[in-house]
Design a protein around this ligand. Structure first.
Ligand SMILES: [Zn+2]
Length: 176
């Protein structure tokens, strides 16, 4: 069913505030260090096509109308450098109870702190926030894809099955 997916603008998509210029495929894929993403003033945001998000469409997951962004944290508001990753999209998933396709809206944002070196990163190990070493290379596309993949439930269930399950009467589907 993956080839029946369409790309369309998602009007509910939220993007980081500020100046947003058009982002090319090369901009999304350009690999740079986490330290560069955390550099004050860094910002990339815009719509993403289904083709660009190929890592998210494995295992029968569909993506419609996705947009995303990466923006450096404002230095004065934190004592650590880092960046935020945001994604807004509609995922098309297969319900694990009734095997029907259903749409799940995703609107998610994470903050990732950047450690200067391995020693600083090790010192953060007990903390609850997400962190990465400054020299680690990644792309804005990979960061947005990771954020989107995190939103995919381990066991996807449609609203109907979720409601039935919580009421104690799961809908049984016979597989032939
Ligand atoms: Zn279902």
């Amino acid at each position: 069913m993956a080839n029946s997916l369409s790309v369309k603008p998602n009007s509910s998509a939220t993007l980081p505030a500020g100046e947003v210029k058009s982002v090319s495929e090369a901009d999304w894929k350009f690999r740079q260090t986490a330290g560069q993403f955390a550099r004050s003033g860094y910002s990339i945001a815009g719509p993403l096509s289904v083709e660009q998000l190929s890592r998210c469409t494995e295992d029968g997951t569909g993506v419609e109308g996705a947009s995303g962004g990466v923006a450096a944290l404002v230095a004065s508001s934190r004592d650590r450098s880092g960046f935020t990753v945001s994604v807004a999209a509609t995922l098309e998933l297969t319900c694990q109870s009734c095997a029907e396709r259903f749409a799940m809206p995703v609107d998610s944002q994470s903050t990732i702190f950047v450690a200067r070196d391995a020693a600083e990163l090790a010192g953060w190990e007990d903390e609850v926030f997400e962190s990465i070493e400054a020299t680690e290379k990644t792309s804005a596309l990979e960061l947005v894809e990771d954020e989107l993949l995190l939103a995919v439930p381990y066991v996807p269930r449609c609203e109907t099955c979720e409601a039935l399950l919580s009421s104690g009467k799961p809908r049984v589907h016979e597989f032939n």
